[in-house]
Design a protein around this ligand. Structure first.
Ligand code: OGA
Ligand code: MN
Length: 207
């Protein structure tokens, strides 16, 4: 799904990120694409492709703050038409943010995530101790008719003790600065699905 880099949606995300570090949209995609991604996620879960997520990677694994209960499956180009549409859209967002905010974003990595009933992810930042390439976090939600009593909000911790809660209803999208906005997934009372990803800059070469 190719979108003009100066599309109002992208300029709005850029100005939100620049002004306060996060941007929340309750309807981001054509419903048919959200539905196709939700079906893809469901199929992967049914096929047993989702594996419990770790915190941190390599030697730094477990060091990263945050305890999480989700299972994930990374998305790659060519896996399905809806995934390719999403990756193209995220690449347009990447280029648009580079043009407007000079973020030097190089690529996108993302995974489907499924929290079981009772699943949560404690407060954390999306940065590894040994890898600070993640600059902008993105989450697209894939759940039918989410109710307040279903819990599972994404809670963003903002300056001055304020919070912003994102209800994970299908089609909602949030982007935030990975290294600047602590956040938490509140316990979900029913299965909670999303497509989570990160726009990354080039890493330092190892010494
Ligand atoms: C994460 C995360 C938020 C969400 O995977 O790092 O914070 O709402 N996910 O699923
Ligand atoms: Mn996170």
């Amino acid at each position: 799904m190719k979108i003009a880099l100066d599309h109002p949606l992208f300029t709005r995300i850029a100005s939100d990120l620049a002004d306060h570090g996060w941007s929340h949209h309750t309807i981001f995609l054509p419903p048919a694409l959200t539905q196709a991604l939700a079906t893809d996620c469901q199929r992967r879960a049914a096929d047993g492709l989702l594996t419990p997520a770790a915190t941190g990677r390599g030697i730094g694994a477990q060091v990263r703050e945050g305890i999480r209960g989700d299972a994930i499956d990374w998305v790659e180009p060519g896996q399905s038409a809806p995934v390719d549409s999403w990756l193209t859209l995220m690449d347009c967002l990447r280029q648009s943010l580079n043009q407007s905010l000079y973020l030097g974003l190089e690529d996108f990595e993302g995974h489907f995530a499924c929290y079981p009933q009772g699943g949560y992810y404690t407060r954390h930042l999306d940065r590894f101790n040994d890898d600070d390439r993640r600059v902008v976090s993105t989450v697209l939600y894939l759940n039918d008719a989410w109710l307040p009593e279903d819990g599972g909000q994404l809670r963003l911790y903002l300056p001055d003790q304020r919070v912003h809660d994102v209800v994970p209803t299908g089609g909602a999208f949030v982007a935030f600065m990975s290294g600047q906005v602590p956040h938490e997934v509140m316990p979900a009372m029913r299965e909670r699905r999303s497509l989570t990803g990160w726009l990354r800059r080039r890493g330092e070469l190892p010494l």
